[in-house]
Design a protein around this ligand. Structure first.
Ligand SMILES: [Fe+2]
Ligand SMILES: [Fe+2]
Length: 342
């Protein structure tokens, strides 16, 4: 006979707050295992959930190597709205010897009397509330509650590219590899026109990389994130520049966002690949001959959304990024000289 805690949620994506709940159940509720039950859909929320394959894959990565944790896809595979009563009945049927403890958040403790068949539910499993902070609400069904150390993260914060240090490194890598949420990381940090420019540069970077035999996804990420710090205010940027590139403190602030962005993708967005940081660092000045740095420099200058005819140079970059880079740099130098003269 096993005592199993059930943890339901959309897990879009799974983060350390969920893991902390599972660990707390192991520590305080004497359970042998915790099963993660991703929901198929949450009809009350307007946002469409990320696909079930991605959500399941991210849970599997987060619990990899943790034998007490298990992914239970019973609801997600049913492919329709599930009520907890149906899930518990099915689990009881499949595992008649198991004893189930169903974990719910303190907000659900307050409205448990409104859950479908809540009396029947209490006969099928022990329901335990998890309190994250010390605000006590009502508890109409007198459910037992345990306290969990607060983890300041939520899936919606992660979907906006915040608190990424509370996401398992393998899950985060999966997010980048499969391009989940990442356009929103940019969208919530810059204005619409710059967001569209970033998406356009990302597509162009990917095309240049693939045509030249480089990693298309890595180039796409560089393009998407290259201007992520462009709208930081100068005061904030100056503080970063003091630390990472003090030799440019007296330069025009317009060039700072490359240096800051190169650092921020490492420290905030936790991208470990040095070529990503390096390419973003040099995307304004174009002083690195690393292929990814050349790719983003060219894609940034040749973005079709800039409104001039860049077709020929784009084709040249697709054929040979090195030659294309030399041509784009040459054109840009001429443009800057003209601008200076004026
Ligand atoms: Fe830029
Ligand atoms: Fe740009």
């Amino acid at each position: 006979m096993k005592r199993v805690a059930l943890l339901g949620g959309s897990f879009d994506p799974i983060h350390n707050g969920h893991m902390q709940m599972a660990n707390t159940a192991i520590e305080l509720l004497r359970v042998d295992e915790v099963w993660f039950i991703p929901t198929f859909a949450t009809p009350l929320k307007e946002r469409a959930l990320t696909s079930k394959e991605h959500r399941k894959a991210m849970i599997s990565l987060a619990i990899e190597g943790k034998p007490k944790f298990r992914l239970e896809p019973i609801e997600i595979e049913r492919a329709e709205k599930s009520y907890t009563i149906d899930t518990l009945k099915e689990l009881k049927h499949r595992y008649p010897d198991h004893e189930f403890v169903y974990l719910i958040g303190s907000d659900q403790v307050e409205q448990f009397d409104q859950w479908k068949d809540h009396d029947a539910l209490l006969k099928l499993a022990e329901f335990v509330g998890i309190e994250r902070d010390h605000t006590f609400g009502s508890n109409p069904c007198d459910l037992p509650c345990i306290h969990m150390k607060d983890v300041p993260v939520s899936s919606s914060l992660v979907r906006n590219g915040m608190r990424l240090d509370y996401v398992d490194a393998k899950v985060l890598q999966y997010i980048y590899t499969n391009r989940l949420y990442i356009k929103d990381f940019i969208k919530c940090r810059v204005h619409e026109h710059r967001y569209l420019h970033s998406c356009s540069v990302a597509d162009l970077c990917e095309a240049f990389a693939v045509c030249n035999g480089y990693d298309g996804n890595k180039a796409y990420l560089i393009g998407l994130f290259h201007d992520v710090c462009k709208e930081l205010d100068h005061k904030q940027m100056r503080a970063w520049i003091k630390k990472i590139a003090p030799q440019y403190l007296d330069a025009h602030p317009a060039i700072w966002h490359g240096f800051v962005g190169g650092q921020v993708v490492k420290s905030v967005f936790r991208m470990k690949d040095w070529q990503i940081g390096n390419a973003i660092h040099w995307h304004v000045l174009g002083q690195s001959k690393d292929p990814y740095a050349m790719i983003v420099y060219c894609a940034d200058k040749l973005d079709p959304l800039r409104g001039y005819d860049s077709y020929e140079l784009i084709e040249q970059c697709k054929k040979d990024i090195y030659k294309g880079f030399v041509a784009v740099k040459d054109q840009n130098d001429k443009y800057l000289k003209e601008k200076e003269k004026k």
